[in-house]
Design a protein around this ligand. Structure first.
Ligand code: GLV
Ligand code: MN
Ligand code: MN
Length: 419
């Protein structure tokens, strides 16, 4: 076995098994596969349970020990020779309903390939290295997202998260219990956890790398976000017999609110505003809508702008309720994050050692790395994403870029685990 002090000569990057990494990407894409080639794999659902079983089996076959916790985060651990906090590397395997095969999954599989490469190179790291698949990054089944990573980082307690329900009324607690029951001999560990450092590889979900023709992005940080759920309550009534002056139309009120908030968010040209979820009740053609329920997702890099919106959005919603009542719940507020400079430098050096061009990029999308950045040195590695298309079945990343990311991770992890 090579000791940690001989890492410079061990070259784990050269031990990444590209064929196995790409075959696993295909294999995981079958769990929750959509007819159009995309992936629909909600957090803690049956497809994720099957994908998780694959990860556990692959990790075990490579000599890694699986662990989990009360929120069904999954860890695959390569032991270190010192009793020290682990270096964490990974991402998530849940997807949006119209997801692609790469968002999250690439980061977990590249991490696994990198740790396997460290083992194959005969390196015995000082610190343990753990591949992680965080529970519920995407927030499409249970909201808000980043649940697993926020609990690991101690930003939320398990008790705050377990009662959260999906649209069918199933709680995180019930769904996580089903996942844990399906595990075979995967020991439970307590939350929060304690990491020495965290690295996450991910598709860029933007076009900066593609436009520059650069295969790797060293991520400088993540823009801030605020997320809301809004319930507008009016009154159901007959569409033909109720005069305009007597109506309490929840849909009309919601439309006024959305238009007004969209206008408000134009104060800074680079603020992004999305209403991705919208439901109306009773949703019958001849009945005036009694209730509208919708989401607001706002993204902005400048925290001062995001802070102003935090005051102005609820005020604007209330001001446009008309004869209806409105309940506004902010479910997430995450300021912008700047990643650790030392760790970014380690990633850059690992890329340079492989002769791979890399450039700084800022992340417009949210990631679990945001949670970990609050408690330990954290950084991200981006790979190009065709046309910037993501959260869509046609999402695509090139095999050579995925393999390159795994190689950079291998070198980076070997260095980190020596520290
Ligand atoms: C993550 O999926 C995000 O919506 O930024
Ligand atoms: Mn993701
Ligand atoms: Mn995503």
């Amino acid at each position: 076995m090579t000791t940690a002090t001989a890492l410079a000569t061990a070259d784990p990057a050269g031990h990444v098994d590209a064929g196995r990494l790409l075959a696993r990407l295909d294999a995981l894409a079958r769990h929750g596969a959509r007819a159009d080639g995309g992936v629909d794999r909600p957090a803690l659902g049956a497809a994720e349970i099957a994908a998780r079983a694959d990860l556990v089996a692959w990790g075990r076959a490579s000599g890694l020990t699986p662990y989990t916790d009360g929120l069904a985060n999954l860890f695959l651990r390569l032991p270190g020779f010192a009793d020290a906090a682990p270096v964490l590397v990974g991402s998530h395997i849940d997807s949006q309903p119209t997801g692609g095969r790469f968002d999250g999954t690439v980061g977990v599989l590249a991490a696994l390939a990198a740790v396997e490469a460290i083992r194959a190179a005969g390196i015995r790291p000082k610190r343990p290295i753990e591949v992680v698949a965080w529970m519920n990054e995407e927030a499409c089944r249970f909201a808000p997202g980043m649940m697993g990573s926020e609990a690991y980082a101690g930003l939320k307690t398990v008790d705050q998260i377990l009662p959260i329900k999906d649209a069918a009324g199933t709680t995180v607690g019930e769904a996580a219990a089903a996942v844990l029951a399906a595990d075979r001999d995967v020991p439970l560990r307590p939350l929060p956890g304690r990491a020495h450092a965290f690295v996450e590889a991910h598709i860029e979900q933007g076009t900066v790398l593609e436009a520059a023709g650069v295969p790797l992005g060293i991520v400088t940080g993540i823009q801030g976000t605020r997320r809301y759920r809004i319930r507008v309550t009016g009154e159901a009534a007959h569409a033909g017999t109720t005069a305009r002056s007597d109506r309490r139309d929840a849909l009309m009120a919601a439309m006024r609110m959305i238009a007004a908030v969209e206008d408000l968010t134009r104060e800074a040209a680079d603020t992004l505003f999305t209403v991705g979820l919208f439901e109306v009740k009773p949703n019958a053609p001849s009945v005036i809508p009694a209730e509208a329920f919708f989401s607001i997702d706002v993204r902005q890099a400048d925290d001062a702008v995001l802070d102003r919106l935090g005051t102005a959005i609820p005020e604007t919603l209330a001001a446009h309720a008309g004869p209806c009542s409105v309940d506004v719940r902010e479910i997430a507020h995450a300021p912008s994050v700047a990643f650790d400079e030392g760790l970014r430098c380690t990633l850059s050096k690992a890329a340079a050692a492989l002769g791979a061009p890399a450039m700084d990029v800022f992340s417009a999308a949210g990631h679990d790395a945001r949670s970990l950045a609050r408690v330990c040195p954290t950084a991200m590695l981006f790979i190009p994403c065709r046309g910037g298309v993501s959260h869509h079945p046609s999402e695509h990343a090139e095999a050579e870029h995925i393999v390159l990311a795994a190689r950079v991770l291998a070198t980076t992890l070997a260095r980190l685990a020596d520290g």
